[in-house]
Design a protein around this ligand. Structure first.
Ligand code: AMP
Ligand code: MG
Length: 336
């Protein structure tokens, strides 16, 4: 495809149009609460192949399957009738008012249903699944009536898009349609939890925190941050490449080491320290300590610094607790 895709404001008509494009095997960029996704019919290998082509994504990197409702889980995963795995699935996918975490930014790695094509799972015997919370994505899923595969709507290895304009900038000539649902409320990709091991394991940190998962499940481990052949492609070392050198400064650093010159400073948590005045620009989204503001801003700041040709982006670390684990993970990988 060479024509640039239209960015359409999300509404009943455009949701119906997006569902028609998807039903015909097309590619539609859609808002989720985490980042914008590049969606295609998950059970149609030809449609899914177009996702890999558009993103220039390596075939070993499996995709997340998105469902309208947790009741659809048996369509894509094999659920044991009872036992530990079943109990954990039921706890996590229960409605929020029953203490569960779906819909939301939590992806579960589960035994795969044979109908899920190999191209979706990169040939693994598991499938990654989530029920997104964004009303536009959910409306498209409901209109289509089948699961959607949807990785982040960016070329492989680059920063994920958190607005429709980000998608248009990088993939505008490779998708059929972009639905604009406004900026993403979370701003970081989903937490990925592998439920098959005796002890559940976080493969990628996200807005659903380790603390939340432990409160529900008891013991939960975290995987190695970087693997050669990743179980979760979010684990690739070089990821979130922003096009600007990024340096992570320890949280309680007295002042930056060398000259800051034309560098920018991003403060992950709290107000800017006194020494920040040396920087050309200082960004402190979580002045009040609310890290969700930093998560929403992070990828936009990386893009802006890259586009502005800033000499360096220094990032002042936060603590590893809560959402801090996901923020530090993404910044560390942007810094590689
Ligand atoms: P993206 O949306 O671009 O972040 O990509 C989707 C993510 O889902 C990838 O980074 C993978 O880490 C993860 N994923 C998909 N399928 C599996 C699976 N079967 N096992 C582990 N991780 C998976
Ligand atoms: Mg991605």
């Amino acid at each position: 495809m060479t024509a640039r895709a239209a960015i359409l404001p999300a509404g009943p008509d455009t949701v119906a149009r997006a569902a028609r494009v998807l039903a015909a095997g097309g590619l539609v960029a859609l808002p989720t609460e985490t980042v914008y996704g590049l969606a295609a019919r998950a059970l149609d290998p030809t449609a899914v192949a177009r996702i890999f082509a558009a993103k220039e994504r390596p075939a070993f990197d499996p995709l997340i399957v998105h469902l309208a409702d947790s009741a659809d889980l048996p369509r894509v995963a094999q659920l044991p009738p009872d036992g530990d795995l079943r109990r954990r699935i039921d706890l996590l996918t229960a409605p929020h008012d029953s203490g569960g975490l779906w819909p939301g930014p939590l992806t579960l790695v589960l035994p795969r249903h044979p109908e899920v094509p190999d191209i979706v799972t990169a040939g693994l015997d598991t499938v990654a699944v989530r029920v997104p919370a964004h009303p536009v994505f959910r409306a498209v899923l409901a209109a289509l009536g089948e699961p959607l595969a949807a990785p982040s709507a960016n070329p492989f290895g680059f920063v994920s898009p958190t607005t429709a304009a980000h998608v248009a900038d990088q993939l505008g000539d490779r998708v059929d349609l972009i639905l604009d649902g406004g900026p993403c409320a979370v701003g970081l990709e989903s937490t990925i939890l592998d439920l098959r091991a005796p002890v559940p394991r976080v493969l990628r940190h996200g807005a659903v925190t380790l603390e939340q998962l432990r409160a529900l499940l008891g013991e939960v481990t975290t995987g190695p941050a970087v693997l050669d052949r990743p179980e979760a492609p979010g684990q690739l070392a070089r990821h979130y490449a922003p096009g600007v050198p990024v340096a992570l400064l320890p949280q309680h650093v007295g002042a930056p080491g060398g000259p800051v010159g034309a560098a920018w400073l991003l403060v992950l948590d709290g107000p800017a320290p006194a020494w920040a005045t040396d920087y050309a620009r200082v960004i402190a989204p979580a002045q009040d300590g609310d890290l969700t503001r930093t998560a929403v801003a992070l990828y936009g700041v990386l893009r802006e610094a890259g586009a502005a040709g800033v000499a360096r982006l220094d990032v002042l670390a936060c603590s590893e607790e809560g959402l801090g684990a996901a923020l530090l993970d993404r910044v560390r990988r942007a810094a590689m």
